[in-house]
Write a protein that binds this ligand. Structure first.
Ligand SMILES: [Zn+2]
Length: 275
């Protein structure tokens, strides 16, 4: 005899906040809950990578981090990834969909205000696009001051090739280079055209003493077409899925540990208020 009783609803193991009803969200979240907002980008990534590269990384890696952290008992939840962010360095390239700094700051402030209306008191940006970092650092304080949220910025931790793991990109492997191309070869190989992958390193900038691309005492403004017509900054020629898989495993392992420390982190010394 078949059992005709309605089956209990299958409860998703997912930590997608937006799969909950409003009342279920209010019941599920508490003051120790961590809400993660992935920030991607839709922007030109050269002839070999999809426009969605940074959005795919932010969405897929943060999802793996949050699911593994949740499986380990962490009280962590995921918002839908922000697709359109501050990609003005690629403004010249068709396919880039970008917000101004003002619009993105206002957008993340509005999202933070909405998170502050839930029981959760902690908002973490999980960033997949380097062009967002400076602005998100500003937003951290804005959200803390305005809404009293505990705010944090973490990310995929992509590093330039150093000559040991991949080609030496001399600090320039930030956009469409060895690590990003390898990561997309791991996550979505169907979207990569390695036949178009090349070395795009601005060799004429390697010998400067102070004005450096990354980490020097003098910063400079740039757009990605300053270095060449393809708008890529890095060396994609040796990218491979195995390195992407290794980067992914490292990003997930580090991300889970970082979320655990975020959960423990207190601004004030012991004995003070908990915020
Ligand atoms: Zn990118």
């Amino acid at each position: 005899m078949s059992d005709l009783r309605p089956r209990p609803r299958v409860r998703s193991r997912s930590r997608d906040l937006v799969e909950l009803s409003g009342p279920a969200l209010s019941a599920a979240l508490g003051e120790d809950s961590i809400v993660v907002l992935p920030t991607g980008a839709i922007e030109h990534h050269g002839p070999h990578l999809p426009l969605a590269t940074d959005w795919l990384m932010a969405d897929l890696i943060s999802r793996a981090v949050v699911e593994e952290a949740a499986a380990g008992g962490q009280d962590v939840w995921l918002l839908p990834a922000l697709a359109y962010t501050k990609s003005d360095e690629h403004h010249w390239a068709p396919g880039t969909v970008w917000l101004t700094a003002e619009t993105l700051l206002q957008t993340v402030v509005d999202i933070g205000r909405s998170v502050a209306a839930t029981p959760a008191r902690t908002l973490v940006f999980y960033n997949g696009h380097g062009g967002n970092i400076a602005l998100l650092q500003v937003a951290l304080r804005e959200l803390r001051r305005r809404f009293g949220l505990r705010t944090f910025l973490m990310g995929t931790g992509m590093v330039a090739g150093d000559g040991v793991n991949g080609p030496d990109e001399h600090g320039f492997g930030v956009h469409g280079g060895h690590s990003e191309t390898s990561m997309i070869l791991h996550l979505r190989p169907d979207l990569v055209d390695m036949g178009q992958a090349r070395r795009w390193i601005p060799d004429h900038l390697l010998d400067t003493e102070f004005v450096r691309f990354n980490g020097g005492p003098v910063h400079f403004g740039w757009t990605s077409d300053d270095f060449g017509p393809d708008g890529v900054v890095g060396d994609a020629s040796g990218a491979n899925a195995a390195w992407g898989a290794e980067l992914h495993a490292t990003a997930v392992r580090n991300g889970v540990a970082q979320l655990a420390e975020i959960a423990r982190f207190r601004h004030r010394p012991p004995g003070g208020a908990t915020a």
